[in-house]
Design a protein around this ligand. Structure first.
Ligand code: SAM
Length: 199
């Protein structure tokens, strides 16, 4: 997976490649899809949701320019796989999932993978996690029509946020960089994510 689907498609960040080799994706995939665990595509995890495609997971991590000790908010815990990668990259990870059953399964998956320290909460992640803000990085793993204001307001100075913007099959992965001069936005590539469901 790392050689063909990640390095082969342009992922260069050594630490991202290292953790993606290390964290076993099959521990985050339901039993009926085990044989497809290392295919480069999203897989169903129940409740009409998916574990994201490995390439896009790696691309999001690379765009965030992560360093150990950074505080990061993930919106959309799903299976817990990306949260596991965040923890293995040494970040202080907070993750919000709106479907309680998925949050529970994600916690079990993380435990089975021997990964500790990810704080998971059930709720509407578009509102962020105000008690723990600001965050150095914010990763949104579901598509929104625009960047939620609550998330922008919880981004630290010099912070960076990655989010799919658009709808249905017309989505772009967008990076928002906060700096003294304001917010700079860049489009990275097309993508397909499940919708961010807001209250
Ligand atoms: N990062 C996940 C992983 O590694 O498995 C994949 C996330 S999946 C593509 C998107 C997730 O976002 C789903 O589990 C969905 O329930 C969740 N979601 C959608 N809207 C949400 C919201 N407003 N707040 C929190 N989670 C949300």
């Amino acid at each position: 997976m790392a050689a063909e689907q990640l390095s082969g498609r342009g992922i260069r960040e050594p630490r991202v490649l290292e953790v993606m080799r290390k964290v076993p994706r099959h521990l985050f995939v339901p039993p009926e899809h085990q044989l497809e665990s290392y295919d480069d595509r999203p897989l169903p995890i129940g409740y009409n949701q998916t574990i994201s495609q490995p390439y896009i997971v790696a691309l999001m991590l690379e765009q965030l320019q992560l360093r150990p000790g950074l505080k990061i908010l993930e919106v959309g815990t799903g299976s817990g796989y990306q949260a596991a990668l965040l923890a293995e990259l040494g970040t202080v990870a907070y993750s919000i999932e709106r479907v309680p059953e998925l949050a529970e399964t994600a916690a079990q998956n993380l435990k089975a993978a021997g990964i500790q320290g990810v704080r998971i909460r059930v709720g509407d992640g578009s509102k962020g996690w105000p008690e723990e803000a600001p965050f150095d990085r914010i990763l949104v793993a579901a598509c929104a029509p625009r960047v939620p204001e609550f998330l922008l307001s919880q981004l630290a100075k010099e912070g960076c946020l990655v989010i799919p913007i658009g709808e249905d099959l017309n989505q772009k992965l967008v990076v928002v960089q906060r700096s003294e001069g304001g917010m700079q936005t860049k489009e990275v590539c097309g993508c397909v994510f499940v919708p961010l469901v807001t209250e």
